[in-house]
Design a protein around this ligand. Structure first.
Ligand SMILES: [Zn+2]
Length: 55
């Protein structure tokens, strides 16, 4: 599945969001999600939508 959303925290840090489990991914361009094991595609990452982190 392709990564299409990124999460921005108040600190300004941006993390990709796993399209399957919805958790943030620690590092960009990982091949698989740490948590659910979903294989990740980064073809659309440049166009990812920025989502504010929940407080
Ligand atoms: Zn996941």
């Amino acid at each position: 599945m392709r990564v299409k959303e990124v999460c921005q925290f108040d600190s300004g840090d941006i993390y990709p969001i796993c399209p399957r489990c919805g958790m943030t991914i620690d590092r960009e361009y990982m091949s698989f999600c740490d948590r659910c094991g979903q294989r990740l595609g980064w073809e659309l990452f440049d166009y990812a939508v920025i989502v504010k982190a929940p407080r």
